[in-house]
Design a protein around this ligand. Sequence first.
Ligand code: HEC
Ligand code: HEC
Ligand code: HEC
Length: 136
Amino acid sequence: MLRRCGVVLAGLAALLSIFFIGVPDARAEYGDVVINNYSDASGMRPVVFPHLFHRIRFRCKVCHADIGFKFQAGGNEINMVKIIDGQFCGACHNGEIAWSVENCNLCHSAKPGTKTQVHESTIQKLAQPAAAAKKK
Ligand code: HEC
Ligand code: HEC
Ligand code: HEC
């Protein structure tokens, strides 16, 4: 009886914590986040972060607590020095957990001029088709 009570309480606590941590907008869970605070200005394509692809592999906590990504598209001041230093995307894109930073185009894949946003579509709609990119 006591043990069952504990299980129920733990379940309740988990549920409550979801409400109290207060995820501001759940749409990002399924969409792609375009990050363009600096990319256009430095002549790189804006970054497309496929959120669903990542969140089916990792828990929210890994990125939003342990690594420290704020819950806001474009709300983290990310640059390449920090990434190479192992922060933000670089916590995983280091050639160990995931492919490393030299694959510029895999992250910098949005059409130039795409604003920072949560885009609720697949990466294909934002990225320039490979064939078209090659022709240029
Ligand atoms: C794992 C993903 C990822 C990879 C790989 C990556 N970048 Fe970035 N990069 C980002 C993110 C995220 C930002 C921040 C984007 C913004 O706010 O515009 C960024 C920003 C930048 C910026 C602007 C800020 C700064 O640091 O000057 C430049 C320039 C840049 N990247 C160049 C590159 C080049 C060149 C490569 C390949 C050698 C590369 N990036 C590979 C994710 C990546
Ligand atoms: C692999 C890392 C990662 C995981 C796992 C992850 N996120 Fe995110 N999340 C991000 C990044 C990166 C952004 C965009 C931050 C930026 O643009 O600077 C983001 C943005 C968001 C946003 C803000 C979008 C907006 O509207 O501005 C919300 C809400 C969010 N995530 C919720 C979640 C939830 C809920 C989970 C778990 C189900 C989760 N995330 C798992 C990395 C992650
Ligand atoms: C918690 C670890 C983690 C973080 C943080 C993370 N990634 Fe990833 N990412 C991965 C893994 C693992 C893969 C799959 C690698 C593979 O397939 O070899 C991946 C794959 C990707 C892909 C390819 C998706 C596809 O369709 O194949 C892109 C693009 C990408 N990441 C961009 C980013 C960007 C941009 C950031 C930072 C804003 C970031 N990632 C942060 C772990 C992470």
